[in-house]
Design a protein around this ligand. Structure first.
Ligand SMILES: Nc1ncnc2c1ncn2[C@@H]1O[C@H](COP(=O)(O)OP(=O)(O)OP(=O)(O)O)[C@@H](O)[C@H]1O
Ligand SMILES: [Mg+2]
Length: 455
């Protein structure tokens, strides 16, 4: 209160009780009243301002409350807030749903009562952690619900008041059932994918095996029919010679013997017999070589990295693929005999067969089909290039052709594994495999491998 208004009150008190002469004080009394009214105005204004501030604070508080309530109810994880003694103070909607009880039920409970008897973590365990001011992390708690025990993976911490004193515990958890289900769904999806992949790899293996068998069968067919034909000829020769010898043993007179000799073409037979046998031998040797190739290039596991001649390997791969499927293709190999690489010849043979097969596929239906395979030595490496007269590799797929399962071929024709497997094999050998196009058309696949001759 100001000194001036105190003075006015004092004057008023002195003047009124004794009913003394009022007139001289009239002016002073008015002033006093005015001061009182002014004071009241001030107080009222203060009150109004306080009321406005209060309402504003209230609105802010409500906003925060709504925000927190929205946050809690939209949480999918279970949230439980209890005091330090373990009495539940607040839970969110997810907790009401998971425990199948309304908040009104839960908020009267002690956390201990909400836990199942066989909970892997007890309320006492939680207390110990909290007393140590540590965080609860990924602890499994089993809550009792009308539907039975509900395992929940829980994280938690102490809750502090505005002055930093511990006042309670906050637990946040996710029912493990859901996690387990998600994991098992993921695992079975992964399994299915692996199975599908295995099937594809298997069918790729079967397809290459089929191609290999077709090629080898075709290759074997030539020398075998050669041997077979010559065996027939030999049988004829043997019949003639047996008949002639029988006549000789029977003591047939010389003129008759001479006629028989001419009839049975004994002289021609004797002259041809060596050549026929040589032919058979050659055929048998070819069969032996093919079988040796088959052993060399197909029995992977037993093979170790070794020096091998490139030319015979390329020839065999080309023969097995081309002769079995499209013997009319023009194929040219230009590889020096002395060119030798280091590696698993069986695996490189597989790479070569894949590349030749791709070239063949790309040229299907083309009027001119030609495959050129050239080899040369560079510093420490050998370089092999395969050029075909197909349409080449389209720019929009060039970056994907080495991806596993990438194929432009119809279902059943290609699995898209040929180049990815080949790439991996070559990489493991310390070599490279690149795809490109020839300026005059057609694809060029370039393969480098470590040279057996060194750098
Ligand atoms: N010489 C080539 N000319 C044109 N395109 C090619 C050539 N080689 C490969 N490609 C393209 O690359 C794709 C992938 O080849 P890759 O060998 O990996 O699989 P694929 O031949 O389709 O099937 P798979 O080899 O498993 O039977 C082919 O589908 C084709 O589109
Ligand atoms: Mg292929």
């Amino acid at each position: 209160m100001s000194e001036q208004s105190k003075g006015a009150q004092r004057d008023q008190a002195a003047a009124l009780p004794n009913g003394g002469p009022i007139a001289p004080f009239v002016g002073q009394t008015d002033e006093a009243w005015i001061a009182v009214i002014q004071k009241m105005d001030e107080t009222y204004a203060e009150l109004v301002a306080q009321q406005v501030a209060l309402e504003q604070k209230n609105a802010e508080l409500e906003e925060v409350q709504t925000f927190i309530a929205g946050l809690m109810s939209s949480m999918t994880d279970v949230l439980i807030a209890c005091d330090l003694a373990g009495r539940i103070e607040q839970v969110n909607l997810a907790a009401e749903r998971a425990f199948q009880r309304p908040l009104s039920d839960l908020s009267r409970l002690h956390l201990r009562e909400l836990l199942a008897a066989d909970s892997p973590t007890s309320f006492e365990d939680i207390r110990i952690i909290i007393d140590r001011r540590e965080r609860i992390s990924d602890r499994e708690l089993a809550f009792s619900t009308p539907a039975g025990g509900l395992p929940v993976s829980v994280n938690g911490a102490v809750r502090f008041d505005a002055r930093g004193r511990p006042v309670g515990i906050v637990l946040v958890g996710r029912p493990i059932g859901e996690l387990r289900k998600a994991y098992s769904d993921l695992a079975s999806a992964h399994d299915r994918l692996k199975q599908a992949q295995q099937q594809l790899i298997h069918s790729e293996k079967m397809a290459s095996l089929g191609r290999l068998v077709a090629g080898v069968a075709h290759e074997l067919n030539n020398p075998i029919s050669f041997v077979y034909g010559n065996a027939h000829t030999l049988q004829r020769y043997s019949d003639r010679l047996t008949a002639y010898l029988a006549a000789v043993h029977a003591g047939t007179p010389a003129p008759a013997l001479a006629t028989l000799r001419a009839e049975l073409k004994i002289d021609t037979t004797l002259a041809n017999i060596g050549g026929t046998l040589d032919g058979m031998l050659e055929g048998a040797e070819r069969v032996r070589d093919i079988v040796a190739d088959l052993r060399r290039f197909s029995s992977e596991q037993r093979q170790s990295a070794d020096a091998f001649d490139v030319a015979p390997l390329v020839r065999s791969a080309l023969d097995w693929v081309v002769k079995g499927q499209a013997p009319e293709i023009e194929a040219q190999i230009d590889i020096p005999d002395e060119l030798a690489a280091i590696g698993h010849s069986g695996q490189i043979h597989q790479v070569m067969m894949n590349l030749v097969q791709n070239a063949l596929d790309s040229m299907e239906g083309q009027p001119r089909r030609r495959l050129d395979i050239a080899g040369r030595a560079t510093d420490g490496h050998i370089v092999l290039s395969l050029r075909d007269t197909g349409p080449g590799i389209a720019a929009d797929i060039a970056s994907r052709i080495f991806d596993p399962f990438f194929t432009t071929k119809p279902v059943g024709k290609g699995t898209g594994l040929g180049l990815s497997i080949s790439y991996r094999i070559v990489q493991e050998h310390g070599g490279t495999l690149e795809a490109g196009n020839h300026p005059e058309g057609g694809a060029v696949m370039t393969l480098t491998l470590p040279s057996a001759q060194g750098g």
